[in-house]
Design a protein around this ligand. Structure first.
Ligand code: UTP
Length: 286
């Protein structure tokens, strides 16, 4: 049986330049979708999937992210004194030791961010969740991947179909034989030049990886965009360890851009019982 996945790395050290000026003084992961910051959705997903330790890879100007998960005693006391429920704060409270942070002093790429967590991850399998990709499904994306991992072990990356015209923006897999939602991976390429992608299956930012990927990242080799790419390090492991893509059953909202954030807000608001009816009514009127 595969080793249990207990730890998740959440890289949050990027500069979020596509969302400027909003991200000038707040991390993009603190921007809200409906009434909670983006980071809360990723943390909820990880917890529901059985993750026990959340490793945030943060950088300069990201302290609001870590503060968000502290107990807010003054706020709690005020809510209590006013007879208001504290339930609303519950998801943002973490247990002692549940959140660990490590710094990435320079945003040298996603692969480098993951590598910064190597000492905390240690010698066990781990998940990676990119919080700016909001994945919506029941069970959630990582939980679906965990079920697949219990069957096949090794490394599993979430995959989603995109139009061929968009593959140059993403990590793309070269697929082998499929069994249901699982596809063996023959290769991977980060941001392939237009017209050269091996498939239209992109990597939306959920991974279950074996610790050996850290040894590949030790080399600090740069790839697409001059960044140290996680995709390149994973690609070098193919053939030495099982590597599968998992076709996620659900929706993906890319909150790395302004239009993606707006779409995510509309879609997630419409799913909610409390705010959904008013939002639907407004959209119908529009
Ligand atoms: P992105 O490329 O989407 O994030 O990285 P970014 O660099 O912040 O955004 P733009 O392109 O400038 O608008 C995907 C994820 O990886 C993290 C980001 O925080 C995001 O969650 N990341 C990226 C790091 O932690 N460190 C890096 O060096 C690069």
């Amino acid at each position: 049986m595969a080793n249990r996945v207990r730890k998740a790395v959440l890289p949050v050290a990027g500069l979020g330049t596509r969302l400027l000026p909003a991200t000038k003084s707040i991390p993009k992961e603190m921007i809200t979708v409906v009434d909670r910051p983006l980071i809360q959705y990723a943390v909820d997903e990880a917890r529901e999937a059985g993750i026990e330790e959340l490793i945030f890879v943060t950088g300069r100007g990201k302290s609001a992210l870590v503060d968000y998960f502290d107990h807010a005693y003054e706020l709690e006391a005020t809510l209590k004194a006013k007879g208001k429920s504290l339930d609303v704060l519950a998801p943002s409270n973490v247990t002692f030791g549940e959140v660990v942070t490590v710094r990435q002093q320079q945003p040298l790429g996603l692969g480098h961010a993951v590598w910064c967590a190597r000492h905390i991850v240690g010698d066990e399998p781990f998940a990676v969740l990119l919080p700016d990709e909001l994945m919506f499904g029941t069970p959630n994306c990582l939980a679906q991947m965990m079920r697949a991992y219990d069957r096949v072990g090794g490394n599993i990356v979430a995959a989603l179909e995109v139009p061929a015209s968009e593959t140059h923006k993403y990590g793309v897999i070269d697929p082998g034989p499929s069994d249901g939602r699982l596809t063996q991976i023959r290769g991977m390429v980060e941001k392939p030049a237009a017209g050269t992608a091996p498939s239209n299956l992109m990597l939306p930012g959920r991974y279950i990886l074996q610790p050996e990927v850290m040894r590949q990242l030790d080399a600090q080799e740069t790839g697409a965009g001059g960044e140290i790419q996680l995709t390149d390090a994973m690609a070098r492991l193919i053939g030495t360890q099982p590597f599968h893509a998992f076709l996620f059953d659900g929706a993906r909202y890319d909150c790395g851009s302004a239009e993606g954030f707006v779409i995510a807000n509309i879609a997630m608001a419409m799913e909610r019982e409390d705010v959904g009816p008013a939002v639907r009514e407004f959209i119908a009127r529009l």
